[in-house]
Design a binder for this molecule. Structure first.
Ligand SMILES: Nc1ncnc2c1ncn2[C@@H]1O[C@H](COP(=O)(O)OP(=O)(O)O)[C@@H](O)[C@H]1O
Ligand SMILES: [Mg+2]
Length: 357
């Protein structure tokens, strides 16, 4: 098996007695993008700075292509790590032209000009080669920054929220272009972001971080569809939570029974379902649809409000049985009037059951 391009093991870093990075391990394969995803302040940038070598870990190791780069005794300096960096505010040199910026990190030689051209072509900026940074838009500067970071052919690219300064539509384009260029260069990328959408769009693998720890790691599809706990589920979307209590490995609710294998009797559990996975059915003169093994029992509710939000609609329901409000997103325009009685079901293959605690 191929060795990971980047592998960090058991990295710990404390500031003033507080563990900001708490036993973090992860790896990135060549040509792959791993996203370190988590809320602001959870320790993402500190982890990245440790890998870059501008911050020193308390314990733990960093390997690049199987070779030790840093533990608590040996330490390869930042410039010896073959790492490229890209940050939101990683400014271009204002007094250098686009071409000079991209050439900056390259050793003088015959092929510098060709490499600069090649990269500016890749990021679609070759006709700006003699322009200066202040003549470029934010998106254009970002493209040049990418070319500059990639010029010395780093084995690893570390990117810290590199797109957060760009407006929405431009950001989508630049993300996709950046990804294509990085994949083309075969660089291993560790991308830090607090936006789940960005992580899912860009990553081959997501490492979900919370309070200094990686709580879950896997492909975007798996992280989204099999979250390890309620907080992980709610980091990716709004969720609905139905509280229940376990008896004989089952939880009885107004939506029927849910399996809770291995959970002891008397334990409180949260049944979690994303708004797009609630199933809505019509009222049939005071009766709902018949129970099925996939959808369980329908529970009656009335529409509280319905809003059109573009590609989908958001409908809030007040449940008859306890007055709680559940939210559903439905594709296209479904805008039932407030007060309309409807029935809700929870798909067993789409919900998560987590012990409370
Ligand atoms: N040099 C430092 N000295 C003290 N505290 C720091 C230092 N750098 C980061 N922190 C703290 O560590 C925590 C994690 O910071 P950071 O890694 O920047 O989080 P993120 O990038 O996930 O938003 C924050 O509470 C931050 O205030
Ligand atoms: Mg940060």
């Amino acid at each position: 098996m191929q060795a990971p391009r980047l592998e960090i093991k058991n990295i710990v870093k404390s500031f003033g007695g507080r563990r900001v990075v708490d036993d973090v391990s992860l790896h990135v394969m060549p040509g792959q993008v791993t996203c370190l995803l988590g809320p602001s302040g959870c320790g993402k940038s500190t982890t990245l700075r440790i890998i870059a070598g501008v911050e020193m870990q308390d314990t733990g190791t960093i390997h690049v292509d199987g070779q030790l780069v840093c533990d608590t005794i040996h330490r390869v300096p930042p410039e010896g790590r073959s790492i490229g960096l890209m940050f939101q505010d990683f400014a271009l040199f204002p007094h250098l032209s686009v071409g000079q910026n991209v050439a900056f990190g390259l050793k003088k030689g015959r092929d510098v000009g060709a490499r600069v051209q090649e990269l500016l072509n890749k990021v679609g900026m070759s006709r700006y080669i003699d322009d200066y940074p202040h003549q470029l838009s934010g998106g254009e500067q970002q493209r040049v920054a990418l070319a500059r970071a990639l010029a010395p052919r780093p084995r690893i690219m570390l990117m810290d929220e590199p797109f957060s300064g760009l407006d929405d539509r431009l950001r989508d384009d630049i993300r996709d272009e950046t990804l294509e260029v990085l994949k083309g260069e075969g660089t291993a990328v560790l991308l830090v972001t607090h936006e789940p959408g960005e992580a899912m769009r860009m990553a081959d693998e997501i490492a979900l971080m919370r309070d200094g720890e990686i709580v879950q790691q896997g492909a975007p599809y798996n992280i989204y569809n099999t979250p390890v706990d309620l907080k992980s589920a709610s980091f990716f979307s709004d969720i609905n939570v139905i509280r229940g209590e376990v008896k004989g490995a089952l939880t009885e609710t107004p939506f029927g029974q849910f399996l809770a294998p291995g959970v002891p009797d008397g334990t409180a559990v949260d049944i979690v379902i994303r708004p797009q996975h609630l199933k809505i059915d019509f009222d049939r003169g005071g009766r709902g649809p018949n129970p099925t093994s996939v959808d369980g029992t329908a529970a009656r509710c009335v529409v509280e409000r319905a809003r059109f939000i573009g590609a989908s609609s958001l409908v809030e329901f007040r449940m008859d049985h306890d007055g709680s409000v559940l939210k559903a997103t439905v594709p296209s325009v479904f805008l039932p009037k407030p007060g309309t009685p409807l029935w809700l079901m929870i798909r067993r293959d789409r919900c998560f059951v987590f012990p409370v605690g």
